[in-house]
Write a protein that binds this ligand. Structure first.
Ligand SMILES: CC(C)(COP(=O)(O)OP(=O)(O)OC[C@H]1O[C@@H](n2cnc3c(N)ncnc32)[C@H](O)[C@@H]1OP(=O)(O)O)[C@@H](O)C(=O)NCCC(=O)NCCS
Length: 197
C-alpha cells in the first residue's frame, strides 16, 4: 500500500509491481505526474526504526543526591528519539515536544541503563516516539522500568520546513493499541498548544 499526497488530493493506491520493492528505496520520492507535484511516501514497520541503547552510569553522571542526573537522562532520551525518528523518516528531524516524562525510580553508579525507543504514531509531518528506560541488573539480566516518555518529532526538508513522513505499518494488537493511545495524547497536545502551553 502506498499513500500519495498531491497539491489537490490525497490518493491511496495498492502497491503495483512497478512500485514494489524495498520501502527504503522508495520511502520519499517526488514525482511529477501530469504537471501536479506528487509526493510518494512509503510505509515502515515499527520494528524497522526501533532502537535499543545501553549506558553505564558513571560517577560524572550523578547528581548531588548520588543518582543519575535527570537532565542527562533526558539528553539520552532525546538522542534515542532522534535516532528512531531518523530511521523512520530517513531525514533530518527536530524535537517538537516531550510529554509524559515520568521518573519511576532512580539509577545509581555502576548500573546499566537501557533505553528502548519505537514509533507509536505518525501524523502528516510528525511522529510520536515512545521511550522506555530500564535499569538492567548485571547479575540476573532483569530489567526494571525507571522512566517512560513520549517525544513528538518533526521531519524537516532541505529548507528546514516540516515534510511528510512515511506511514506506519501496524502489525500487532499491541501496536494498534499504542496507535489509539497516541491519538489521544496528540489531541491533548494540540489542545495545550491552542491554549498557549
Ligand atoms: C516543531 C515546529 C517545526 C512546529 O512548527 P509549526 O509552525 O507549528 O509547524 P506545523 O504547524 O506545520 O506543525 C508541524 C508538525 O508539528 C506538530 N506540532 C506542532 N507543534 C506541536 C506541539 N507543541 N506538540 C506536538 N506536536 C506539535 C504539528 O502537529 C505538525 O504535525 P503533523 O503534520 O503530523 O500534524 C516548530 O515549532 C519548531 O521548529 N520548533 C523548534 C524545534 C526545535 O528546535 N527543537 C530542538 C529543541 S530546542
Amino acid at each position: 500500500m502506498w499513500v500519495l499526497f498531491s497539491a489537490v488530493s490525497i490518493v491511496t493506491i495498492e502497491k503495483t509491481s512497478c512500485l514494489a520493492g524495498k520501502t527504503e528505496q522508495a520511502a520519499y520520492d517526488v514525482k511529477n505526474i501530469s504537471g501536479a507535484e506528487i509526493i510518494m511516501i512509503g510505509e515502515r514497520k515499527v520494528a524497522e526504526s526501533q532502537v535499543e541503547i545501553a549506558r553505564l552510569v558513571r560517577p560524572n553522571h550523578l547528581n548531588s543526591a548520588g543518582r543519575l542526573f535527570g537532565g542527562l537522562l533526558m539528553q539520552w532520551l532525546d538522542e534515542a528519539a532522534g535516532m528512531v525518528a531518523m530511521r523512520h523518516t530517513r531525514s533530518n528531524v527536530i524535537t517538537a515536544s516531550v510529554d509524559n516524562l515520568r521518573f519511576i525510580h532512580g539509577a545509581y553508579n555502576g548500573e546499566m541503563v537501557v533505553i528502548i525507543g519505537k514509533v507509536t504514531y505518525v501524523g502528516t509531518t510528525s511522529l510520536e516516539v515512545r521511550l522506555d528506560t530500564y535499569v538492567e541488573h548485571i547479575d540476573d539480566g532483569m530489567r526494571h522500568p525507571i522512566n517512560r516518555a513520549y517525544f513528538t518529532m518533526v521531519a524537516l526538508d532541505e529548507n528546514d520546513k516540516p515534510k511528510p513522513v512515511p506511514r506506519l505499518m501496524i502489525e500487532t494488537e499491541a501496536e494498534k493499541a499504542e496507535w489509539e493511545a497516541a491519538k489521544k495524547r496528540r489531541e491533548m497536545r494540540m489542545k495545550r498548544k491552542e491554549e498557549g502551553f
